[in-house]
Design a protein around this ligand. Structure first.
Ligand SMILES: [Mg+2]
Length: 233
């Protein structure tokens, strides 16, 4: 039985946060007559945080939070046209082209024969499915799991459902909170690849010791095959 390598999707396989940043800035311009940019950002984050448990992660929840923010900021005076502009921003995000991160396709292509490759991502089911399809990467992955939260409980269920032994499993992702630490707590292996627009030179940045349940940090996904060889996974 092949070992399983699971990849997070957003900001691990393709750019995502950059689209949220871009949209937030357009939104700021849109509502700049109500509030300063810095205050807006704070208000938007507060609304998002408040709504997270109800809306979950994803663009549609973000869109609703932008609408709620503009209604609050305008003290209920926002126009239908303004609300429509916010909805259009969300629609733009939902159809935004998927920009696969550098070296991702080469890496998954190099790994797919030796490992069972998997995607574990959280967010709106339809949107995540659509992104996987549009990314052109779907064929590299045998298993795709779209979940609403990435915590120890979810990972335990995902592993159980797919009959994966945690000792035969390695998770790769950009988020310490969602991709790395829950897996480490469960006793699994994890590789952190931080998302950054200007990645540093390719190098292993942090020492690792899987016996101590530490995770490794790589500066680029391109280093993953060599790293797997080094740790004999
Ligand atoms: Mg991510």
């Amino acid at each position: 039985m092949k070992k399983t390598i699971a990849f997070d999707a957003d900001d691990t396989l393709w750019h995502n946060e950059s689209i949220f940043h871009e949209t937030t800035h357009t939104f700021m311009d849109l509502v700049s007559h109500y509030v300063s940019a810095s205050e807006l950002e704070e208000r938007l984050y507060a609304v998002e945080r408040r709504n997270l448990a109800l809306f979950g992660y994803g663009i549609k929840g973000f869109m609703l939070s932008m609408i709620e923010t503009v209604i609050e900021l305008s003290e209920g005076k926002a126009t239908g046209t303004e609300i429509q502009q916010v909805i259009d921003l969300g629609k733009y995000m939902l159809t935004h082209p998927i920009n696969v991160l550098e070296d991702v396709e080469e890496t998954v292509s190099a790994l797919k024969d030796d490992y069972r490759l998997m995607v574990i991502t959280k967010g709106d089911l339809l949107d995540q499915e659509s992104k996987i399809a549009r990314s052109g990467l779907a064929d590299y992955f045998e298993l795709i799991e779209i979940v609403s939260e990435k915590d120890e409980k979810t990972y335990t269920e995902v592993l159980k459902r797919n009959k994966i032994d945690i000792n035969q499993f390695l998770m790769v992702g950009n988020s310490l909170k969602s991709d790395i630490l829950p897996i480490c707590t469960l006793g699994g292996k994890a590789v952190h690849i931080p998302y950054h627009l200007n990645w540093e030179l390719d190098k292993v940045e942090k020492s690792y010791d899987f016996n101590e349940q530490h995770y490794a940090t790589l500066s680029s996904v391109a280093l993953l095959p060599l790293f797997l060889e080094e740790i004999d996974f």
